[in-house]
Write a protein that binds this ligand. Structure first.
Ligand code: FMN
Length: 428
């Protein structure tokens, strides 16, 4: 990885690829988004692929997300002297070399054993900020160590325990996160048909709950579950159940296997998680509590309606992420790109807008910026690259996104992000 370029210049990346090709070396990560997903699907388990690729219901929102991009066409302008291009952006007083962020993605251990750590290393090498997921496979403190210079943010799922919310936010602040992203669209789990077909939910096997099991407040919640065992629906007792129990124990941190078994903490942790994780009772007023917990900028993720965007401003939020969670929550929802077009005039530059759900190419990012996004988040593509090539795979993918964006900008007649305006687009 070390001898590969970290430049944002698309021509440098092209040169690198073609020169390596002379020696018969091809890149591991397919350059097209369909090839990327197809290759990833071959290296992942069926459950992992279903969990990452799947969406809510019949997948209409996922389709809407992708189709929306083809309704906007770029109108390139010529002879604009685009020899020197600058794709840097500024957010909350900090400059970033490109308009890309990494969206929070949970349970990355399903894609690769090094999960969030591998992603953090690649993000650091490419100077692309990474939003740590509340459902990460490694605790934020361990992941943050691999990002000494590049920005890291923390994404919060607001649980039923306010003390846990406060603890997670304070840990994020202590380990150097520069903003808190509250995801609002997952207060209930969407009707995810691929996971339901496979009867597979990773959290019930102890995966993706590392931020919880590493938390002192959550440890106390676990204690209360050990003292008061719940009478839950129990799975059938057979070899498969025992193998899940083993996976659960292996995922639980620090203690010896026997001790974990004895105390039943690993099982209690899963139970405690399922009972506390989501909070459908949340309302706008709750945001005042979060504001008291942290002085970091707070962004709301999952905003799709102009009314909510206006409310975010009224409640003193510092930014929004226009997103429909990659179509994993509501089937048949508005595409994130069309939502962005409606929301940006309402925000009108008062607070930054990030956008995700459907970003697959540099041209997609260009269109989102033209419609008013200050930055975009890459989601599933980096999970696929992680599955295919671990840290190096994510590095390649991010280098490709930066290169593709730079070339799209230059070829469209834009020298800077400020040149990427709605006027460069035509809607059909
Ligand atoms: C497997 C998977 C796990 C995700 N986990 C989280 C999460 O923990 N927190 C969160 O806010 N969003 C999560 N998301 C949503 C992403 O942050 C992002 O909104 C979405 O991936 C964008 O859609 P796209 O990947 O199709 O572009 C997840 C998405 C996927 C695919």
């Amino acid at each position: 990885m070390n001898n590969q370029s970290t430049s944002s210049n698309g021509m440098d990346r092209q040169k690198e690829v073609y020169i390596q090709g002379i020696g018969g070396v091809k890149q591991k990560i397919p350059f097209d988004s369909k090839g990327l997903e197809a290759t990833a699907s071959k290296v992942m388990s069926d459950e992992a692929y279903a969990y990452i690729a799947g969406g809510a219901g019949d997948g209409l929102t996922m389709k809407n997300n992708l189709n929306a991009f083809s309704r906007y066409q770029i109108v390139p302008e010529m002879l604009k002297n685009v020899e020197n291009r600058d794709s840097t952006i500024e957010l909350f007083g900090k400059r970033h070399p490109s308009p890309f962020f990494l969206a929070p993605i949970g349970v990355l251990e399903m894609a690769h054993k090094n999960a969030d750590i591998a992603v953090a290393k690649a993000a650091e090498a490419c100077s692309i900020p990474y939003i740590f997921s509340n459902q990460a496979s490694y605790p934020m403190e361990k992941v943050a160590k691999h990002m000494p210079t590049t920005s890291k943010w923390f994404q919060l799922y607001w649980s039923k325990s306010r003390e846990l919310v406060k603890s997670l936010v304070q840990r994020a602040e202590t380990c150097g996160c520069e903003a808190i992203v509250v995801t609002l669209d997952t207060s209930l789990l969407g009707w995810r048909t691929a996971d339901l077909n496979g009867a597979y939910l990773p959290f019930l096997r102890g995966l993706g709950i590392a931020q919880y099991t590493s938390d002192p407040v959550f440890q106390k919640i676990i204690d209360s579950f050990i003292d008061n065992p719940e009478q839950d629906t129990k799975p059938p007792l057979n070899l498969k159940t025992l193998s899940v129990l083993r996976q659960m124990l292996m995922s639980y941190p620090d203690q010896g296997l026997i001790k974990k078994l004895k105390e039943g903490r690993a099982r209690a942790a899963v139970k405690a998680f399922t009972q506390t994780y989501s909070n459908p009772a949340l309302s706008w007023e709750d945001l005042n509590y979060l504001r008291k917990c942290t002085s970091l900028p707070i962004l709301l993720k999952g905003i799709l309606s102009p009314t909510d965007a206006q409310l975010a401003i009224s409640y003193g939020m510092d930014g929004i992420i226009v997103s429909n969670h990659g179509g994993r929550q509501v089937d048949g929802s508005i595409s994130a790109l069309e939502a962005l077009e409606k929301i940006s005039p309402v925000i009108n530059g008062q607070i930054p807008i990030l956008m995700d759900s459907g970003i697959r190419t540099g041209a997609d990012a260009f269109k989102a910026i033209a419609l008013g996004a200050n930055a975009v988040c890459i989601g599933r593509p980096y999970a696929y690259a992680l599955a295919i090539g671990g840290e190096k795979g994510v590095f390649e993918l991010l280098s490709n996104f930066k290169a593709d964006f730079d070339l799209t900008m230059g070829l469209s007649g834009c020298k800077t992000i400020a040149d990427v305006k709605k006027q460069v687009l035509l809607k059909s």
